[in-house]
Design a protein around this ligand. Sequence first.
Ligand code: XMP
Length: 508
Amino acid sequence: MDYSKIIILDFGGQYKELIARRVRECGVYSEILPHTVSAAEIAAEAPAGLIFTGGPNSVNAPDAPTCDPAVLKLGIPILGICYGMQLLCRLAGGEVERAPKSEYGRIRAETDPESALFRGLEPRQTVLMSHTDRAARLPEGARVTARTAHCPAAAFEREADRLYGVQFHPEVELSHHGTEMLKNFLFGVCGAKTGYSVDDYMRARIEEIRARVGDKRVLLGLSGGVDSSVCAALLSRAIPGRLTCICIDHGFMRKDEIRDIREAFADSDLDLVCVDASRRFLDKLRGVTDPERKRKLIGEEFARAFEDEARAHGRPEFLAQGTIYPDVVESGKNKSAVIKSHHNVGGLPEKLGFEGVIEPLSGLFKDEVRRLGRLLGLPDKLVDRQPFPGPGLAIRILGEVTEEKLAILREADAILREEIGRSSVRADQFFAVLTDSRSVGVMGDFRTYDYVLALRAVTTTDFMTCEYARLPHRLLAKISARITNEVRGVNRVVYDITSKPPATIEWE
Ligand code: XMP
């Protein structure tokens, strides 16, 4: 490894992942660790620098999160952001107080171009501030390097032991030159070596996997989603001929999805087993209309079907999973990152007696997983795939799921995807929903009484909230005409114009 690593200590700030991504975008590897890790554990990782994140607390609160004070004595440069700055100020002997006036939003700051953090930047900067506390007295030997109207110490530095603090958030785009400030810290202060890329990550993981697996075998559940597909491609490159992928077709996949998965892996050296388990899933769902009950039954049946197949394939020694970095951070599992222990997700591995779990993507963000997928030669269609819920079309059919309804929805959804795909409109997720309402229509000289189909298209970045996509009427008209002409069983098409909240993206 000839690039540096930066450790980000997490004090509960909402931008921790963004900080980690920004550092990686600068070509330096980053890892987020909980604030409770010891100075010795940090030293063992030999980072070029540390970043303390923001957080919702006041450093003066009795149970405010803090870190091992010995961290400041390691001789590693530290950048404290927002709460991280206040904590740094306090731990180094300064004082923090409640500011008479909070600052939220974009604020003009006077920055000192003589400071290593602001070198090369204009002395007036627009930055994002969001704080109620502020540094009242700086630690001995520290000096103010930025100020705002209500924050006389909006940044400080103590060059002697390379401590830097900023009250604002350089990691967000609203701080116009934030990336330059981060670069100044990474390269100017820490002397970090650049060179981290997904390519390096891939090579390191391949070696690790080879050493760990040896001549044993690995089993992977392949859903056709981005993470499991990239995981399969990486493993087949690392341990050709030793990977068995099981793709359980629960019968709720979209049109041609299983064929696409087969095609994507046709040239890979892996054993791909696609199991048509649609009958057992449909039987389980007979008469079930409640959305949560559907999800639960499908989840349980999936685990059972997977176990059956794993047994039938001689139970390989290792189970691989497409867990990615945000999953690890969100579940708090990065507590074990320093000791590098492997964890089991769910109950499957124990039940099946696997020797170990392999999660080769657990250090990557989604955009990095996509880049790795391309590097491994996966088609764009798979790598850029929209999120698709585990229970699939079963939760896009309102009410009971039947073979007839699945066939209708599959065709209508394929038309919608084809037309939006061909157009130049931007939507982040789009699909069709088969309602359980029928309405009267007319076809030729006959009256029809068929299903109402809904179209859903949304724009979003995080899938936590969304706006409905403003699809042009001309496109909507074309989709509607094609569906009512080409799909038997639908005589009315409606467009969902609700955002989230108050609606959700899916209908069930
Ligand atoms: P909602 O409907 O909650 O969806 O606004 C947000 C995102 O999550 C996806 N989604 C699911 N994914 N299992 C999944 O794996 C599920 O049961 C499920 N429900 C919703 C949805 O497609 C959207 O991207």
